[in-house]
Design a protein around this ligand. Structure first.
Ligand code: HQG
Length: 183
């Protein structure tokens, strides 16, 4: 199995449907590595511990992280299953960015950003990253998020272990549309 396919399977197992692979995440989203390796075999992914370590280390967005003792693995963000990552609120920069598709912009400006099936709204520290996130959904559009003003209003922000900014939702008054960099 290619690394990209394996990364997608790990995202599926560790963010969305652990039950489908016969896995149970603990409250903080961790799964024992030995259980994971056994479960992966049922999905034609017979990989060794060192192969798993290599996939985690080389992952383009550093999506997964081992516990300090190396016995457990979890996804650093993006969950639809309920987990408590134990992230502490952090002061965000004045501006953050959200990448989406142009077809969602009117609805987002009317209703605000909602987490959908995930636990948080995902925000990017720069325009280029937001544009890449938006492109996954179609023609990209970028929204500027007044994160500093939200923070001053008492809305908490978190940063995942792999640098993604997270917050519960973004009300419309903190959003402003931007043109993508490539236009
Ligand atoms: C949109 C990837 C209409 C929202 C990325 C987005 C990210 C609304 C879509 C991570 C809306 C949800 C998450 C509203 C939000 N009306 N549409 N009121 N509010 N939306 O995939 O942020 O590769 O759940 O704009 O890099 O695209 O998986 O969220 O387009 O960090 O590691 O609803 O996934 O990381 O889509 O992506 P998603 P996202 P990974």
């Amino acid at each position: 199995m290619q690394n990209t396919q394996l990364s997608k399977l790990l995202s599926y197992a560790l963010r969305h449907r652990p039950d489908e692979l016969g896995l149970t995440l603990d409250a903080q989203g961790w799964v024992p590595v030995t259980d994971l390796l056994t479960a992966l075999q049922t999905r034609d992914a017979r990989i060794s511990l060192s192969q798993l370590q290599a996939v985690v280390a080389s992952n383009d967005k550093k999506r997964f992280a081992f516990s300090e003792d190396g016995q457990l693995l979890r996804a650093s963000q993006g969950h639809s299953v309920e987990v408590d990552l134990g992230l502490e609120p952090v002061v965000p920069p004045a501006a953050l960015y959200h990448g989406t598709a142009t077809r969602f912009v009117a609805s987002i400006l009317a209703e605000g950003l909602r987490p959908g099936s995930r636990q948080h709204v995902h925000l990017s520290p720069d325009r280029a990253t937001a544009e890449a996130v938006g492109r996954r959904h179609g023609k990209p559009a970028i929204l500027l998020v007044a994160a500093g003003a939200m923070h001053e209003a008492g809305i908490p922000f978190y940063q995942s272990a792999n640098g993604v900014w997270l917050t519960a939702a973004v009300p419309p008054r903190y959003l402003q549309p931007e043109l993508p960099e490539s236009i």
